[in-house]
Design a binder for this molecule. Structure first.
Ligand SMILES: [Zn+2]
Ligand SMILES: [Zn+2]
Length: 140
């Protein structure tokens, strides 16, 4: 699917990374851990092979937090600006790349929702809500 390299970075630009190779999985995760970490309704993540991932710069700013009782889940973040960053699963088999940190279009699209049964009780499909290109119109 993807043969060129795409890059990503954190908000403060101290950390950047590159991924190459085949992107197989792009998914939304609604688990409670992803909600806590992202502060949002769900996480949008790509899974890539560790062989296809590398830090370009700022690795010294990358923090990691492991949820002790989790088999797979960990998190990474920029120690300076707090942005989510890619993290190696505890099994070492996949790097989980938060899609919102990408600079480029990965050219694949999310294929499913996981941990749907754990979704926030307040979650509403975005397509069911009004859309404004920027801010909503001012009320007069
Ligand atoms: Zn940063
Ligand atoms: Zn999750």
């Amino acid at each position: 699917m993807l043969n060129h390299e795409i890059t990503g970075r954190c908000l403060c630009n101290r950390v950047s990374y590159a991924i190459t190779g085949h992107l197989g999985i792009f998914q939304y995760c609604h688990c409670s851990r992803c909600r806590k970490f992202t502060g949002s309704a769900f996480a949008a993540n790509l899974l890539v092979s560790p062989a296809d991932f590398r830090w370009i710069r700022g690795e010294e700013y990358v923090g990691r937090y492991e949820v002790e009782e989790a088999q797979h889940f960990a998190t990474s973040f920029c120690k300076f600006c707090g942005s989510s960053l890619p993290w190696l699963g505890k099994s070492g088999k996949a790097v989980v790349v938060p899609a919102g940190t990408l600079d480029d279009d990965p050219l694949i699209r999310p294929m499913h929702n996981i941990f749907w049964g754990s979704r926030a009780p307040w979650y509403i499909e975005p397509s069911a809500l009004p859309h404004y290109d920027e801010l909503p119109p001012r009320k007069r």
